[in-house]
Design a protein around this ligand. Sequence first.
Ligand code: CP
Ligand code: NVA
Length: 301
Amino acid sequence: MSVRHFLTLMDLSAEEFRTLIHRATELKAMQRKGELYEPLRNKVLGMVFEKSSTRTRVSFETGMIQFGGSAIFLSPRDTQLGRGEPIEDSARVLSRMVDVIMIRTYEHEKIETFAQYSKVPVINALTDMYHPCQLLADMQTYSEHRGDIRGKTVTWVGDGNNMCHSYINAARQLDFKLHIACPEGFDPTPEMLKAGRDHVEIIRDPMAAAKGSDLLVTDVWASMGQEEEMVRRREAFADYQVNAEVMAQAHTDALFMHCLPAHRGEEVSSEVIDAPDSVVWDEAENRLHSQKALLELLLVK
Ligand code: CP
Ligand code: NVA
C-alpha cells in the first residue's frame, strides 16, 4: 500500500481541500464543547524542526494530545540528523517507530527524499518552497469569516516566498484570483507562476494590486535562513508595507492575514494588524484545528 504524504497543497484534491476546511471548523466546535474525540490513541507524531517555530510546534503537539496520541520534538542540535546521518537512513529508522512525521526544513528536496524513504505519512511543516499547513488554517479562517473563497480576489504583498507559493497553489485548488505585489527580483519561481497562470497576476504596485480585494496577506521581508539579506531586503521592500492606505483600496469588508511572527512597522503597520479587519489570531488558532483535520485525513481510515 502506498503511503499518503502532505508535501504541498497539490497532494490534496480540490474537493478534499474543501472538505478538510469544513472538518476543521467542526473539530473546532467539538473541542470548544469539550467533546472527547481520540481517534489517534497511542499514535505518535515525530516532529523534526531544523528551523524555529512557535505556532507549528504547539499546534501539532496539542493536536496530537487532544486526539489521544503524543508527539516527540526532534531538533538537529540533539539528534544524529544534525551530525550528518543521511536523510534516507533517518527516514527509514524514524518511520519504523512513529506513525506520522512532520518536518520543517530548508530545501524542499530534503523533505521529498525523506518522504520517499518513509513508511509513514510525512507532513511539510515549512520548507524554503512551501508552507501548506499555514494555508489550511488561512483558508479555514477565510471560510469562517466570509464563506466560500471561490471567485474572490486575494492580494499578496511582499516576498514571492514559501507562503506566496502556497497561496498560488491554494488559488489553483480553490479557484480564487491572486494578485501578487512583489518588488522586481523577488518574484515567485517561474515554474510556480507558470503553474498558476490562470489564477495569478503580478501587479507591482501594492495600491493597484489591493484594489477590489477581499483578502490582503503579507509575510516577513526576510524568511528564516535569509537573515544575512535583511539590510538589502529592507531597502527593496520599503514600499511594500500593508498599511491603512493599502487596506483602503480593498473592499470595505476585506480581511487581513499574516502567518506570523510579524514585524510591525515593516511588512505591516500596527494600525492594520491590530484592527478589527485583521483575523491573525483566529488564523493562528486555526493551525490547531486544520492540522487535526489533516492528521485525521492521513491517519484515520
Ligand atoms: N506561522 C508559523 O508557521 O509560525 P511558527 O514559525 O511559529 O511555527
Ligand atoms: N516566510 C516565513 C514564514 C514563517 C512562518 C519563513 O519562512 O520564515
